[in-house]
Structure formats: structure tokens, C-alpha cells
Design a protein around this ligand. Structure first.
Ligand SMILES: C[S@@+](CC[C@H](N)C(=O)[O-])C[C@H]1O[C@@H](n2cnc3c(N)ncnc32)[C@H](O)[C@@H]1O
Length: 281
């Protein structure tokens, strides 16, 4: 389902989420999940998971309506990171996922394809610039891949859309933040994503190497006791003790061993800080 809400329109019918919830979030026959390895994904293991992604990665350009060619990656996720999201969604089998930052739809195609293979779930996508900057091509790619019924799209800035979703009582199992990358935007989005995520839910933040994104993630890691930073693989055996019954593979790393994405797990429902709490980070 694609609901293209624009800034300032009267608000979104929780409508479909209720309907979706009643029908088990569009549960369909599942495909047996591939076991998730806990070792970081390396380039040779990455797979292109549908023909539309295959074409977009191969050509690495799209043609806008004015005839101009534009690259797909960047802004799109590399195959390594897209495959990481795909495998994370396959392994965790979430009911409701959300991402901020759609562009030409690369990350959405990975997440929605994983939901389709899981046979369950629904994906919410937020981006104010889909038609103005990306000519609606992300939506076209999702449609071409036959994945439209797996997503709800909001053509709206995250800082306006997320608070409304909080008020609507949405509860997410997985969120992916790949939007404006400015420090204050990442923090703002985190504040609302923290409320939307259910305990045990995970947040993936892309472009952790960018200073604004990295520092915002450092703030969360140092100052939010309700979130665990699980971006780096713990010593063997420790992960299992810390997160019984869970498998949270660490995100891909760069040549210096630094995570390209940050991964947080919501460990408790309340934020226990006092009003004066602040840890330098
Ligand atoms: C790096 S691109 C996203 C790439 C996409 N995840 C992919 O893999 O193809 C960043 C996106 O963030 C969007 N963006 C910028 N500011 C935003 C905001 N305030 N709220 C939501 N999205 C925003 C831009 O329009 C752009 O599409």
C-alpha cells in the first residue's frame, strides 16, 4: 500500500495499520529463512535479492523525467549494507518496520523483499523529497518489484511524521535511519524512534562514519541507558549471555574495522535518567 501523504495534509488513517494488524500484517506463505551467520557480512557473500535491485546495482543510474541520468548509489545503500538489512529482517521476522530516507528505494527494496520472503510484516517509509528530488522513481521501483502492498509511504519530513506515528500508538520491531545525516536531525529522529520501538526492537543508523551521524550515535550510546549499542561484535560467547535467545549480527565494517552502520537494541521500556543527567561523549 502506498499512501503518499504530503506535508500539511490531514492525518493519516491509522486505518490500515488496524486493518493490517487484524489480518496479521498481511501474513502470507513463508519461505524458509536462511540461517543468519553472526560473522560480519563480507562482499563475496552478498546477494542481489530481486531483479529490480539487480538492474539498479548493475546500471547504477536512473533517468529522470528531464532526461538527466543520476547515480543510484550513492545516495542508495551499497550492496553490502543492503544485504545486511535484508538478512537482519529475514532473521528477526519483524511485524512492523520503518525507515527514514527513501531516495530511489534501494534500502526499501531490501527490507520489503525480506518481508515478502518472511511471508509477514509491513514496512513504513518516510521521505519528503520523493517526487521533488527523485521524480517518484523509488515508488516506481517498489511497484516494479511487486512490493507495493508491503509498504506504506509518507511523503513528509520525518520530524513531522514520526511524532504523529507515536500518537497513533505504532510499535516497531525494527527501524532504519538513513535520512538527512545532520547531527540535530539524527537526534530528533532518535527521540521519536525510541518511543516507537518496542522493547527488544532494533535501530540501524546508516553512515556512521559521517561526523554528525557518528556523534549523534555516540550520544545515544553514552546517554541512553534504555538502548544498548551492539554495533561491534562482542567477544565470542558473550553475545549469547547478554542477549539470550537472540542473534544480532554486527553491521559491516570499513577497512579500519569501524562499523559503517550503528546498531542499537532497545533494552528496556523506560528511560531511567534524572532531569540533570548528562554524560560527556
Ligand atoms: C542517503 S538518501 C537515502 C537512501 C536510501 N536509504 C537508499 O538506500 O536508497 C537520504 C534520503 O533522506 C531524505 N531526507 C532528507 N531529509 C529528510 C527528512 N527530514 N525526513 C525524511 N527524509 C529525509 C532525502 O530525501 C533522501 O532521499
Amino acid at each position: 500500500m502506498i499512501c503518499t501523504k504530503t506535508r500539511g495534509t490531514p492525518q493519516h488513517d491509522i486505518f490500515s495499520f488496524r486493518r493490517l494488524a487484524a489480518t496479521g500484517y498481511g501474513r502470507r506463505p513463508a519461505i524458509t529463512p536462511r540461517p543468519f551467520s553472526s560473522r560480519p557480512i563480507r562482499s563475496k557473500r552478498e546477494r542481489v535479492v530481486n531483479p529490480v535491485l539487480e538492474r539498479l546495482y548493475r546500471d547504477n543510474f536512473v533517468v529522470h523525467k528531464n532526461g538527466r541520468r543520476k547515480p543510484v548509489c550513492p545516495p542508495g545503500l551499497t550492496l553490502e549494507r543492503g544485504d545486511y538489512l535484508f538478512q537482519l529482517v529475514r532473521a528477526r521476522r519483524p511485524t512492523l518496520t520503518l525507515e527514514i530516507g527513501f531516495a530511489y528505494g534501494i534500502s526499501t527494496l531490501h527490507i520489503a523483499e525480506a518481508l515478502r520472503r518472511n511471508g509477514r510484516g509491513h514496512h513504513i517509509v518516510i521521505d519528503p523529497h520523493q517526487r521533488t528530488r527523485f521524480d517518484g522513481l523509488g515508488l516506481e521501483h517498489v511497484k516494479e518489484a511487486g512490493l507495493s502492498s508491503w509498504i506504506t509511504f509518507h511523503e513528509e519530513a520525518a520530524e513531522l511524521c514520526l511524532p504523529r506515528l507515536v500518537q497513533e500508538g505504532l510499535r516497531l520491531d525494527l527501524a532504519f535511519d538513513d535520512s538527512g545525516h545532520l547531527f540535530d536531525h539524527v537526534i530528533t529522529e532518535f527521540v521519536f524512534l525510541a518511543q516507537l520501538l518496542r522493547t527488544g526492537g532494533v535501530l540501524v543508523v546508516d553512515d556512521a562514519g559521517l561526523p554528525g551521524v557518528g556523534r549523534a550515535c555516540d550520544f545515544v550510546a553514552a546517554n541512553r541507558p534504555d538502548f544498548e549499542d551492539v554495533s561491534v561484535a562482542p567477544a565470542p560467547g558473550l553475545l549469547r549471555r547478554l542477549l539470550p535467545g537472540e542473534s544480532l549480527p554486527p553491521p559491516p565494517v570499513n577497512a579500519r574495522g569501524k562499523p559503517r552502520m550503528r546498531l542499537f537494541r532497545k533494552a528496556r521500556d523506560d528511560d531511567p535518567r534524572d532531569w540533570s543527567d548528562y554524560k560527556p561523549f
